[in-house]
Design a binder for this molecule. Structure first.
Ligand code: AMP
Ligand code: GLY
Length: 420
């Protein structure tokens, strides 16, 4: 089977690494890929949000299956364009990707099926939004409705912060994505990520994880795309998983099918758990980054069988083979991240690192220049370890991080603290 993966971050390196291990994989191409991916797959230059361009590339390269990593091509309808030409694709249609592309859309679906989530209201008018905040008080959460590259959410501890967030979004800080805002009740509890494959009908959970969103140790500092993650998430007990499937995931998927827009791909439910009850924070319609790096470490080559069955509508006959294991990934970021960070710094120490089923250094934002690996993004490397316990996984992940010689980089020292 010839496979194309769209994307070029740590998530895609982890997907490529797992898929490569499956003997069904003949040729593997990743677009655009990165310096780490280039060691295990061909990297191709391709306009990945252009459905016609991706379809033409698949035709030229005899691609049998396309795995879409990030949300942008999904929201742009790339999966639709590929399905029209008969190519198997892992990732939802543009209509089903609305579960990530519009916060208000997801809230309406939750209300329609009675899925537990924070109370909410939607505004396009700043005065009305401010009046709502004055009525409800803080803490309160203000979100740009659309895709804002992870920057559209403000957890406001004061009314003034909420008002500033409203004015920024409706004032155009996020472009079209902020043309309307969703204002939500602030939820307390422990957050976790739950990943469920859906083939339009059948839902198959493929793992849980917890990530660390803040840049600094002790969960301090600015919000980021994620500074590290571990799997499984202890808070996602059997009972909570069953509850989330019954109350949130299955009803949402049934409602999407009923509306004529069935979901096919991986549904990523961001959850808030408190007192034995889980509520939905948000959906994403793709794998998480960096959660996937920990997940793929645990799934290995079977990931391809699961992804292929999902794309082909055959999940009903599938199951996941779990080892009783744990994995952790530690993000090495460029100094300054999530703000502006310098690109081009040379990263040493990568050459002799172990590359095994217990330890992998996934590349997130790297490029090759004159034979050297250089930083090419905010999140740059993902040191990933697996073990029989989380402590063992952590030791293996941090051993990799410490072996890297990169003066411009930093990483958190406390990934997994809550679980350990
Ligand atoms: P989102 O992009 O919707 O996942 O929001 C980003 C982060 O903001 C989440 O991971 C939570 O930490 C936080 N957050 C979002 N919505 C809420 C809420 N209603 N209550 C508390 N925290 C929230
Ligand atoms: N790590 C969170 C996300 O992928 O959205």
């Amino acid at each position: 089977m010839n496979i194309l993966i769209l994307g070029g971050g740590g998530r895609e390196h982890a997907l490529a690494w797992a898929i490569r291990q499956n003997p069904k994989c003949d040729r593997l191409i990743v677009a655009p890929g990165n310096a780490g991916i280039a060691a295990i797959a061909r990297c191709a230059d391709l306009a990945i949000t252009d459905g016609a361009a991706v379809a033409a590339f698949c035709d030229e390269n005899a691609i049998d299956l396309v795995v879409i990593g990030p949300e942008a091509p999904l929201a742009a309808g790339v999966a639709d364009a590929l399905r029209e030409t008969g190519i198997s694709v892992f990732g939802p249609s543009r209509a089903a990707a609305m579960l990530e592309a519009s916060k208000a859309f997801t809230k309406e679906i939750c209300d329609a099926v009675g899925a537990p989530t924070a109370a909410w209201a939607r505004f396009t008018d700043a005065a009305a939004a401010r009046a709502h905040v004055a009525r409800t008080g803080a803490p309160i959460v203000v979100k740009a409705d659309g895709l804002a590259a992870g920057k559209g959410v403000t957890v406001a501890m004061t009314e003034a912060e909420a008002v500033a967030a409203i004015d920024a979004a409706l004032g155009g800080a996020f472009g079209e994505a902020g043309a309307s805002v969703v204002i939500e009740e602030f939820m307390q509890g422990e957050e976790a990520s739950f990943f469920v494959l859906v083939d339009g009908e059948t839902c198959l959970p493929v793992g849980t994880a917890q990530d660390h969103k803040r840049a600094g140790d002790g969960d301090t500092g600015p919000n980021t795309g994620g500074m590290g993650a571990y799997s499984p998430a202890p808070v996602m007990t059997d009972a909570i998983r069953a509850q989330v499937m019954d109350r949130i995931v299955r009803p949402t998927m049934a409602e999407m099918a009923r509306r004529g827009t069935p979901f096919q791909g991986v549904l990523f439910a961001g959850l808030m758990i408190e007192g034995g009850e889980a509520r939905l924070v948000e959906y994403n319609v793709r794998f998480g980054d960096p959660e996937t790096q920990a997940l793929m470490m645990r799934l290995g080559g079977q990931a391809l069988d699961l992804i292929q069955a999902c794309a082909e509508g055959r999940l009903a006959g599938m199951s996941v083979t779990w080892a009783d294991d744990h994995a952790m990934t530690v993000v090495l970021a460029a100094r300054g991240y999530p703000g502006d960070s310098a690109k081009g710094g040379v990263i040493g120490g990568l050459g002799g690192l172990p590359e095994t089923s217990l330890q992998m250094m996934f590349h997130a934002g790297t490029a090759e220049r004159d034979g050297a690996v250089v930083a090419n993004g905010g999140r740059v490397l993902n040191a990933t370890g697996r073990g029989a316990t989380l402590a063992e996984a952590r030791a293996r992940a941090y051993a990799l991080a410490e072996a890297v010689d990169w003066p411009d980089g930093f990483y958190r020292r406390d990934i997994g603290w809550r679980a350990l």
